[in-house]
Design a binder for this molecule. Structure first.
Ligand code: GLY
Length: 371
C-alpha cells in the first residue's frame, strides 16, 4: 500500500531541511523529506557550528540582524527539538575572541567593536596581556582580541539528527531518494526522484549547494554555488582553550571534552567533495600558529562539506514567483547553523500563507531574477 500524499515535500535533509521539517510537522503538516543521503550527510556534518553574527556577518547589516534574531531563538528552539527527539544537542555560549596580529587587524577590530556597540551587542577589547590572561594558549604574536560573549556554538550533526528524529516522531517521513526535478502538476507540484514521482501542494527547496540544479521550467536557477569547506577535529587536553578563537585564516572551536574543531578552507572547486593534503596541512599550520600547543593534540579526522554560497552571502527564503507552491530555503553559505531556527520559522509561516515578516524582504528570491 502506498503512503498517503504529503502536504509539503522538503527537498534536502541537511540542517535547514530537517529543521524546516521539524517546524512544519510541529504545525501539524504532513511532511515528506527527500534526499539522496541520510539526514545531515552533506555540508551539515562538516560544520563547526559557530553561531557568531558579529564575526561572520561583520560587513552586512541584514546578515547581522538576521543572525542576532536567529541566535536569540536558539535555546528555546533546541529545547523543543530535544524534547521531541529525546536526543541531547550540545550548545555552549562560549563567546568568541577575534584575534589581531597586526595594526591593520587592530584597526579593523576597532571598527567591528564600534558596530557591535552601536547595535547594542557587548564587545570588549582585550590588549596583548588581557588576551593572554583570557586564553593563555594563544601564540605570542597575538597582539589583542575582540571578545563577544553573545556568540555560541552548537553540535550541528547532532542538531540535524535530532531535528530529523523529532520531525519523524511528529509524523514526517524521510525518503532516501536522489531528486531529479520539480514541475507543476495540475493544481500542485510534482517532484521526480530516482524512485518515482512525489506530489504535494507545496515543495520547499532546501537542497543546499545542489539547489541550482533543480530549477523548474520557467524559473531561473537559484544562484547557489558550492564552496568547499574542509574541517579538522583534534582532541586536545580539556581546558587548552575556553572560547571560540578566530583569526583571518582559521578558527578554533573548543568543547569541554577537549575536542577542538579547526575550520575551515573556503575553496571554489565545484562539486569536488573530498579532503586534500594541502587543505589539511594548511589548517594544521594555521591552527598551530594561533595556538602552538595544538601541535601535541591527537588528530581525530578531516571532514568536508560544500557550503551553499550565494552572491550576497544571504540565503534565499521565500515563495517562488515562477512556480506557485514552491518555497526556496537555500543559499545559507557560511551561516546555515546560525540561521536554521529563523529559517524554519519563516518557512513554516510561508507555507501557512504568512508573508509579512520583515526579515523576508532581505531574503526574497526575486533579488536574483525570476525564480
Ligand atoms: N561558518 C563557518 C564556515 O563556513 O566556515
Amino acid at each position: 500500500m502506498s503512503s498517503p500524499e504529503a502536504d509539503v515535500l522538503v527537498i534536502g535533509a541537511g540542517v535547514i531541511g530537517c529543521t524546516i521539517a521539524f517546524e512544519l510537522s510541529s504545525a501539524g503538516r504532513r511532511v515528506r523529506v527527500l534526499d539522496g543521503r541520510s539526514p545531515g550527510g552533506g555540508a551539515s556534518q562538516a560544520s563547526a557550528g559557530v553561531l557568531a553574527p558579529y564575526v561572520e556577518g561583520h560587513d552586512s547589516r541584514p546578515l547581522r540582524d538576521l543572525g542576532r534574531r536567529s541566535l536569540a531563538l536558539y535555546e528555546s528552539f533546541l529545547a523543543r527539538v530535544v524534547a521531541a527527539s529525546g536526543v541531547e544537542v550540545a550548545f555552549r555560549q562560549a563567546g568568541t575572541i577575534e584575534t589581531a596580529t597586526s595594526d591593520a587587524d587592530v584597526a579593523r577590530l576597532a571598527r567591528s567593536k564600534a558596530t557591535a556597540d552601536a547595535e547594542g551587542v557587548a564587545a570588549g577589547w582585550l590588549d596583548a596581556s588581557a588576551v593572554r590572561d583570557a586564553e593563555p594558549a594563544l601564540g605570542s604574536h597575538v597582539a589583542g582580541g575582540l571578545h563577544i560573549g553573545l556568540h555560541a556554538a552548537v553540535d550541528v550533526p547532532a542538531l540535524t539528527r535530532a531535528a530529523a528524529l523529532a520531525a519523524a516522531a511528529q509524523g514526517a517521513e524521510f525518503r532516501l531518494a536522489p531528486v531529479h526535478g520539480i514541475a507543476a502538476d495540475g493544481a500542485g507540484l510534482a517532484v521526480t526522484t530516482a524512485d518515482g514521482v512525489e506530489r504535494a501542494a507545496c515543495v520547499v527547496l532546501a537542497a543546499g549547494a545542489w539547489s541550482a540544479g533543480l530549477a523548474p521550467a520557467g524559473a531561473e536557477p537559484v544562484p547557489v554555488r558550492p564552496v568547499r569547506g574542509q574541517l579538522l577535529r583534534l582532541i586536545a587536553a580539556p581546558g587548552t582553550m575556553h572560547r571560540i578563537l578566530w583569526a583571518p585564516d582559521v578558527y578554533l572551536v573548543p568543547w569541554a571534552d577537549g575536542t577542538v574543531f579547526v575550520g575551515a578552507t573556503s575553496e571554489d572547486v565545484g562539486f569536488e567533495e573530498r579532503t586534500t593534503a594541502a587543505g589539511v596541512a594548511g589548517l594544521l599550520a594555521r591552527a598551530t600558529a594561533l595556538v602552538p600547543g595544538l601541535a601535541a593534540a591527537t588528530f581525530g579526522e578531516a571532514r568536508v562539506g560544500l557550503r551553499p554560497g550565494s552572491p550576497d552571502e544571504l540565503p534565499f527564503v521565500g515563495a517562488s514567483a515562477a512556480l506557485p507552491g514552491l518555497v526556496y530555503a537555500c543559499g545559507h553559505y557560511r551561516n546555515g547553523a546560525l540561521l536554521a531556527p529563523l529559517t524554519a520559522s519563516l518557512v513554516a509561516g510561508l507555507v501557512a500563507g504568512t508573508t509579512d515578516d520583515p526579515a523576508l524582504a532581505a531574503l526574497a528570491p526575486s533579488r536574483a531574477g525570476r525564480l
